[in-house]
Write a protein that binds this ligand. Structure first.
Ligand SMILES: Nc1ncnc2c1ncn2[C@@H]1O[C@H](COP(=O)(O)OP(=O)(O)OP(=O)(O)O)[C@@H](O)[C@H]1O
Ligand SMILES: [Mg+2]
Length: 252
């Protein structure tokens, strides 16, 4: 394990920022946020990687319209294909989009393998889309890539926030940096999530309203960049810029 850990650190040594998108509950919009963030950073001229680590429900390839038919090129490791300017890597290349049951050990092995063989090269940002909750994937990423910083996505619901509370405790315990919380699919102008962030002393990064035009744009990157959700993500990215000097430096 330890030898592989140092191989992994070598693989990511030329990546400036590793940003993980996590959530307490499932289905709150992590993959959507991860895909849009990767798209917009790439259009801003940043070198971006997107890594989908959701073994049971990889979805960023669906959102970005990437067909995982062929395994990426291999040359001393695997080279992520570049799609929409994004260096894209996903567990889907390993699982081939087939339904499968994975035990904890399988999950850790796939993640280890993926991180150990992917040649990212130089990147300004690596965005990692995680499955919901606190499972092996998130714990492995924290262990293998301790420099990762986290963005947590939630909907304005007591149920979702209760799960976020737990996630924040764990992130605090393991001392990873939380960049802030995004409120997604917001539908009413109440203060549930902003109040929550104040109470928890974490940064509120902004809100994305429920977007009726999203479904028709899935799989079509050009269309995705024209919907209101993308505009909200741009505002959130600006906020991220201001919330961390280090994050800011590379986008100017
Ligand atoms: N702002 C929004 N407006 C409308 N629909 C949305 C919005 N955000 C996400 N969705 C839809 O909600 C569903 C869940 O989104 P997504 O897959 O990004 O969530 P997730 O948190 O990644 O889910 P999982 O926990 O399963 O990985 C998708 O069908 C997506 O199209
Ligand atoms: Mg997802």
């Amino acid at each position: 394990m330890e030898a592989r850990t140092s191989v992994i650190q070598k693989r990511v040594e030329h990546i400036q920022h590793i940003i993980c998108i996590a959530s307490g509950k499932g289905g709150v919009g992590k993959s959507m946020v991860a895909s849009h963030l990767a798209l917009l950073l790439s259009k801003k001229g940043q070198k971006v990687g997107l890594l989908d680590l959701d073994l049971y429900g990889p979805s960023t390839h669906v959102i970005l319209g990437i067909k995982p038919d062929s395994f990426p090129e291999e040359h001393h490791g695997i080279i992520p294909p570049v799609v929409q300017g994004i260096n894209f890597m996903s567990v889907v290349y390993f699982t081939r989009d087939k339904p499968g049951a994975f035990r904890g050990e399988d999950i850790s092995n796939i993640i280890l393998e993926l991180l150990a063989i992917t040649q990212w090269g130089e990147l300004d940002y690596l965005i990692i889309d995680l499955p919901p909750g606190i499972g092996d994937e998130i714990l492995d990423v924290i262990h293998l890539l301790p420099q990762s910083r986290f963005i947590v996505v939630t909907t304005p619901s007591k149920v979702a926030l209760r799960a976020v509370e737990k996630l924040l405790r764990i992130l605090k315990e393991v001392e990873v940096t939380l960049l802030g919380v995004i409120e997604n699919m917001s539908h009413k102008k109440d203060h549930m999530v902003t109040d929550f962030c104040t109470r928890e002393a974490v940064e509120y990064l902004g809100r994305i309203e429920f977007d009726d035009s999203l479904e028709d744009a899935i799989g079509l990157p050009d269309k995705l960049q024209k919907i209101p959700l993308h505009e909200s993500m741009k505002k959130i990215n600006e906020k991220l810029v201001f919330s961390s000097l280090k994050y800011h430096k590379d986008q100017t």
